[in-house]
Ligand binder design. Structure first.
Ligand code: ATP
Ligand code: LTN
Length: 335
């Protein structure tokens, strides 16, 4: 608890172009939850360097991602929106937690297996201990709830295990966080292969809708989306995974239910349905684009947000860090 509100923490990596999956699976829920909780939303730039980055590009993307949080509707006066690398406590707590995490646990992480297969020439120790840094992010702020897409559940379970292990040795140091998975949009699939999640690192640009795609591109990508030969809009995951994914996207963008959507498109062809899905996405993304343009003109404002929120985060993080350092036996600093 911070004040009378529970604490929420979440973060996104500033790598690649954000997709509709990131928006519907994570960012959109963040906005819904932001009134109810004391929120920390981090641009996790330290996680990004587990795979090679171009420095200028990373800096640029990180700043744009922070602006996107604001453009999506997170008020930086009410939510702590900041860069992970500006708060030294993340790295300090991660080191300590490394010593309370087992190699076996980290070896089981599917994201590590996937990413090390993809980057076989650079399987660095950071890629392996990535989930420990993620645990540090969350535990540093004593977060009660962590909204993420389903793909992050395994990392969250590990975070809970580390917190419980630490608490069982030293008493109640960490809040054990609960995951929050949104009802719609928790896993948006690729438009070209509905058995794979929509990913910003997909080589095929037609597989993903990028948040910065223009309306024509969005409409074209939906027209090309892989479906099936059934010819009717029904929610049948076995036989019509592509259509199910489009229904999920439509529901997440319009607020309709799957049943309402099936009824709405009864007797209509896939062409009409795809056009409607495309239009629903365009109307969700349009205000995001214009807000990004406004923010880009306002450098001083963004700079102030970055500075003020980093200080706020540093203060909250410092409290937990000092407690942990004392518990594990580090000598007290002489002030
Ligand atoms: P990559 O696809 O390159 O592995 P990523 O998009 O999964 O990267 P992040 O930017 O860290 O990595 O993800 C940010 C958030 O978006 C996470 O909470 C994640 O669960 C969510 N997310 C990512 N892809 C999807 C998707 N296809 N559907 C729903 N949520 C998603
Ligand atoms: N690992 C996450 C990004 C991430 C995160 C976090 C999410 C890093 N630290 C803390 C929630 C809470 C990912 O790849 N999507």
């Amino acid at each position: 608890m911070l004040g009378d509100k529970k604490v929420l923490f979440s973060g996104m990596q500033a790598t690649g172009n954000l997709t509709l999956g990131n928006y519907l699976g994570a960012l959109k829920n963040w906005v819904t939850l932001s009134d109810e909780y004391e929120c920390f939303y981090s641009v996790v730039d330290m996680h990004s360097i587990t795979v090679r980055q171009d420095p200028a590009e990373l800096r640029n993307r990180a700043r744009r991602l922070l602006m996107l949080y604001i453009a999506a509707g997170l008020d930086p006066e009410k939510n702590c929106i900041y860069f992970q690398s500006h708060v030294s406590g993340h790295a300090e707590l991660a080191w300590i937690l490394n010593c309370y995490t087992y190699m076996g646990e980290l070896s089981r992480m599917t994201q590590f297996k996937d990413k090390s297969a993809k980057h076989a020439d650079n399987i660095n120790a950071g890629l392996f201990t990535y989930p420990v840094l993620m645990a540090a992010d969350i535990l540093l702020y004593q977060a009660d709830v962590v909204p993420v897409g389903i793909d992050q559940m395994q990392h969250l379970e590990l975070t809970r295990d580390i917190a419980q292990r630490f608490n069982s040795i030293y008493g109640d140091v960490f809040t054990v966080p609960e995951p929050y998975i949104g009802k719609v949009g928790a896993k948006i699939m690729s438009l070209q292969d509905p058995s794979k999640k929509m990913s910003k690192s997909d080589e095929n640009p037609n597989a993903s809708i990028y948040l910065m795609d223009d309306p024509d591109t969005i409409m074209r990508k939906f027209k090309r989306a892989v479906t099936d030969s059934e010819g009717a809009v029904r929610y049948d995951e076995e036989r019509q995974p592509g259509i199910c994914n489009l229904i999920d996207i439509y529901c997440a963008c319009t607020g309709h239910t799957a049943d309402e959507t099936v009824a709405e498109f009864e007797g209509k062809g896939y062409g009409d349905f795809k056009t409607a899905v495309g239009e629903s996405v365009v109307s969700v993304l349009r205000p995001l684009h214009s807000k990004m343009e406004d923010l880009a003109k306002n450098k001083d404002y963004i700079d102030r947000v970055i500075k003020d929120n980093a200080e706020k985060a540093q203060y909250a993080a410092g409290k937990t860090l000092r407690k942990v350092q004392k518990k594990v036996g580090f000598p007290e600093k002489i002030r």
